[in-house]
Design a protein around this ligand. Sequence first.
Ligand code: COA
Ligand code: MG
Length: 287
Amino acid sequence: MRSLLFVPADSPRKLEKSLASGADAVIVDLEDSIAPANKEAARVGARDFLTAAKALTKRPLLMLRVNALDSGLVERDLDVVMAAAPDAVMLPKSRRGADVQHLSVKLAVREAERDLPDGSTTILPIATETAGAIFGLASYAGASSRLMGLTWGAEDLAAELAAETNRLTDGTYADAFRLARALTLFAARAAGVDPIDTVYPNFRDLAGLRAECEAARRDGFVAKMAIHPGQIAVINDVFTPSAEAVARAKTIVAAFAADPAAGVLNLDGAMIDRPHLKQAERLLARI
Ligand code: COA
Ligand code: MG
């Protein structure tokens, strides 16, 4: 999974367009993009869209973003939309691993009620949207077998910190946000799940998006979220492993397979050892 496209659940037009966007995952949103008065209509829209999309033979991963656990809205979100059995639920404003466990129990109840396989709905938390959430990042490891990745958010965090801006004049993130981004990467890898980069809100600036995708890939992120269909081609391009990278990974795996007792090898004049093998296997798992 390289790209995840947010779509407001109260927009039938955007929901329809999302399926043709090329996004690997579509995140049907009930939270920040939906005004309070539209929540119930959005739930019904999400349910109907997800039900129809699930029946397609070729479809993206289908994800539902519920409201935050402390919003008082999540039970109703799930009561309505779990009828469509989304593949995954995104948890905004997640504070720590225990929040994933709370959501997991709510999902387990709906799975049982609807005779869905126990544990079939996975969870993607947005893990840096409150100041306190930064200190909960270490607790995702081992929290739940439903955990399918970790992502971060810079917009809500800016509001929480009362930061005037989250970006410097050159477009890069200010320190507090770089910290949140880096800790998400550590936390995801420590938990054994995919680190997923946050959205690039300036959706007309594709050069800026590409630069941010490349920086994310370089640092270890495997995917990026999007808010506009026009961002998907760039994200997919950057996060698809290149033919050269795949060929090199295959060579490394083959070299160790040919010499299983070796700890370290000489590959065309460069040293390769176990960390290189792990990297190569991880890259091949993504294609
Ligand atoms: N998913 C699917 N289709 C989308 C889309 C999205 N996220 N964003 C825009 N589109 C569609 C539009 O409907 C439009 O189609 P149309 O011309 O057939 O009506 C086309 O893409 C071009 O859109 P454009 O005019 O460039 O943008 P806009 O002004 O319609 O929408 C936003 C701009 C930001 C309001 C819109 O991209 C959006 O709603 N993004 C998602 C916001 C969200 O979910 N935020 C929460 C997570 S941070
Ligand atoms: Mg938000």
